[in-house]
Unconditional design. Structure first.
Length: 294
């Protein structure tokens, strides 16, 4: 594992560091917009006084803090998508791989990073058994993950029940309903927090009483980017039929769905995705800064 020197120094000196995942860049967003978004997220972090750490596997090496040059080469490598359990496999083959929420959370926490910003977490899919490693990783790894809840294609109720069974702390930032995108919020109630100080206190208490696992901070999508449930249903029924016909399953479901939604919505879901990623990056930075305050 290689951690960029700036990040090692920041962690040593108690400066705020925020991790970002690489699956959303490599598999969740179209090229070359994805590169622009990567740069945007890193710039937002810097403008807010934090050090960004984009995580991925680059030619067999786990990298915490991919550089601009590396991320370009990384995307050219057409990296596969890996959750935690696939990390050893791709490293042994010296391949490049994009890390999902599970893999990124695991690597970030191993390197001492406490806050991680993403778009949406994986969850329990509708229909036959398909449960993301993200959920299990969140129950084992000590990190604060800021996300816009999860996508409405998932079984939101079962996802929340899973998180409860595995004792993952879930809080809504300025909302008591679990957010989903692109519809805004679901009808499922969660605990509400209204400040980053509250999140910091929950984090400290959780650690004092040795509750293992993450805090999932669910940050809703801004109102202007909400797409109505009816409109989403229309797109999703098309995507589901296509996936059935093409036999798309397992880890290809999310990337395929994201790509088709962008096309079917004529870019609306892409705009929403970009905004929510930026929004989550900002909240993650505020949390990271609050954690390093003495
Ligand atoms: N949900 C999104 N956008 C994404 C992902 C999920 O709205 O980019 C990505 C994340 O990296 C997440 C992964 O960790 O997909 C989950 O994939 P799976 O369901 O195969 O575990
Ligand atoms: Mn899956």
């Amino acid at each position: 594992m290689r951690i960029r020197e700036e990040i090692i120094n920041a962690l040593k000196n108690n400066l705020p560091v925020v991790a970002f995942e690489s699956t959303v860049i490599a598999h969740g967003l179209p090229y070359p917009k994805n590169l622009e978004i990567f740069r945007n997220l890193e710039n937002i972090a810097r403008e807010m006084g934090c050090i960004p750490a984009t995580i991925g596997i680059f030619r067999g090496e786990i990298v915490v803090g991919l550089t601009e040059k590396e991320i370009v080469e990384f995307i050219e490598d057409s990296p596969v998508k890996v959750g935690t359990r696939e990390i050893p496999y791709v490293c042994a083959l010296k391949k490049s791989a994009a890390t999902t929420v599970s893999a990124t959370a695991k690597i970030a926490s191993l390197s001492g990073i406490k806050v991680f910003a993403t778009g949406g977490i994986g969850g329990v899919h509708k229909g036959e058994w398909d449960v993301s490693q993200d959920l299990l990783e969140l129950s084992k790894t000590n990190i604060i993950v800021v996300s816009t809840g999860c996508k409405s294609i998932l079984d939101v109720k079962k996802t929340l029940e899973f998180l409860e069974t595995f004792q993952v702390i879930v809080v809504g930032y300025k909302t008591e309903y679990f957010p989903i995108f692109y519809n805004g919020i679901s009808s499922y109630k969660i605990d509400r927090v209204d400040s980053v100080e509250h999140i910091r206190n929950i984090y400290n208490i959780k650690n004092e009483i040795s509750i293992n696992g993450s805090i999932l901070v669910a940050n809703p999508i801004p109102e202007e980017y909400v797409i109505s449930e009816d409109e989403m249903k229309k797109y999703l029924s098309i995507v589901e039929k296509e996936m059935d016909a093409k036999n798309i399953s397992g880890k290809d479901v999310t990337p395929y769905t994201l790509k088709r939604l962008v096309e079917l919505s004529k870019g609306k879901t892409l705009e929403a995705n970009i905004t929510l990623l930026e929004n989550n990056a900002k909240l993650a930075c505020d949390i990271a800064k609050s954690l390093v305050k003495l």
